[in-house]
Design a protein around this ligand. Structure first.
Ligand code: SF4
Ligand code: SF4
Length: 89
């Protein structure tokens, strides 16, 4: 029997993202902000333990869970999960 696989965003309701930034691990390079295809992230004024500005989430609903930000982050400081919605969130 052939295996089938559906892109989550084509499988019905668009999945919602839960973006996690491990702020004190971030060196503020800005790669995730620059390369995010949906401009979900932006610069923040916050200063972390490394003296850097970690990104902030500015447009979470636009996230397509592609995980490009995770793949390109040199410091493993960001990851994205699908939000587990219990009451139709
Ligand atoms: S998972 Fe993709 S769309 Fe979402 S924040 Fe990361 S790079 Fe942007
Ligand atoms: S790519 Fe990683 S280290 Fe660079 S700004 Fe984003 S979270 Fe911080």
């Amino acid at each position: 029997m052939p295996m089938t696989w559906e892109v989550p965003s084509q499988a019905g309701a668009k999945p919602k993202a839960e973006i996690h930034i491990i702020k004190d691990q971030c060196k503020g390079c800005g790669f995730c902000i620059y390369y995010c295809p949906r401009k979900v992230l932006g610069e923040s004024d916050e200063i972390n333990a490394r003296g850097a500005h970690p990104p902030k989430v500015v447009n979470e609903s636009e996230c397509i869970l592609c995980s490009l930000c995770t793949a390109i982050c040199p410091d493993f400081a960001i990851f994205v999960k699908e939000k587990q919605c219990k009451d139709g969130c």
